[in-house]
Design a protein around this ligand. Structure first.
Ligand code: OAD
Length: 238
């Protein structure tokens, strides 16, 4: 029996690929089709808010139509059935983890279906299109709402909570991320240094940081994640 008290999972775009959502850096990925500097920086939004809104409105609509896949459901099952605490840290701005039933979840790069007011700071649910005319439900100001997304050059959300999770973590599992964007790319090293007994990579192909993982499985998330989760649950039984 192998039982871990604290399980920490980091997910990236690869877990949602089989739900029909493009990854960023694979062939044909989002940053091949679009210019990151024109869409995902605070400067880009200040210069051309309409273009940035149009990009995120399109992505919001695509996510709305997408469905969670077997990998999202497997992680929700792990959270419910594993006899230890399971936390998911996602870099994804889609809502597929929570729609699959995950609850211990933090969106470190923000959420597509929320908007934030640059005037009063309130964060509101925003399932539809956002524009320069949109009005903040909290303060009533028009023209102040932006996508609740962490852009390049901005600090990710929940870093205090994440650092706490990494300090306590017994097993760190990285799923569907290229490991190219910090600070998330450094979490495996942090978990290892704080005493995680295992570091696991589940990905389509080896990531930049592959040598930092003690266990590695490569293949599509909808196959390898449910398999790994089933093994974890089985191995935790006395
Ligand atoms: P990337 O596009 O950089 O990496 C996606 C990873 O998913 C790659 O390692 C692929 O091999 C893997 N992958 C692709 N299809 C898969 C499948 N079916 N099953 C399993 N793995 C698969 O995406 P992220 O690492 O998530 O930030 O990118 C990190 C951040 O960069 C994103 O959160 C986003 C982006 O710019 C912001 O928007 C702030």
């Amino acid at each position: 029996m192998t039982h871990y008290e604290n399980v920490v999972i980091l997910t990236g775009a690869g877990i949602s690929a089989e739900s029909g959502l493009d990854t960023f850096r694979d062939r044909g990925g989002i940053w091949e089709k679009y210019d990151l500097m024109e869409l995902a920086t605070p400067e880009a939004f200040a210069q051309n808010p309409a273009r940035v809104h149009e990009f995120y409105n399109l992505r919001r609509e695509t996510v709305r139509k997408a469905r969670p896949n077997a990998a999202h459901y497997a992680l929700a099952r792990l959270e419910q059935e594993y006899p230890g605490k399971v936390h998911i840290i996602t870099q994804n701005v889609d809502s597929l983890h929570e729609r699959a039933g995950a609850r211990n979840l933090c969106h470190m790069h923000g959420e597509l279906n929320k908007a934030r007011c640059q005037g009063c700071g309130a964060v509101s649910q925003w399932p539809g299109p956002l524009s320069q005319q949109s009005v903040c439900p909290a303060c009533g100001a028009a023209g102040q709402l932006r996508p609740h997304i962490v852009w390049f050059g901005e600090a990710p959300f929940f870093m205090t909570e994440i650092n706490h999770l990494l300090r306590k973590c017994d097993i760190f599992i990285s799923i569907g991320t290229s490991g190219s964007v910090y600070p998330a790319a450094g979490f495996v090293q942090a978990a290892y240094e704080h005493g995680a007994k295992q570091t696991v990579e589940l990905n389509l192909a080896p990531s930049d940081g592959k040598s930092l993982f003690s266990i590695r499985h490569y293949g599509k998330a909808t196959r390898i994640v449910p398999e790994f989760v089933a093994d974890m649950i089985r191995n935790a039984k006395p």
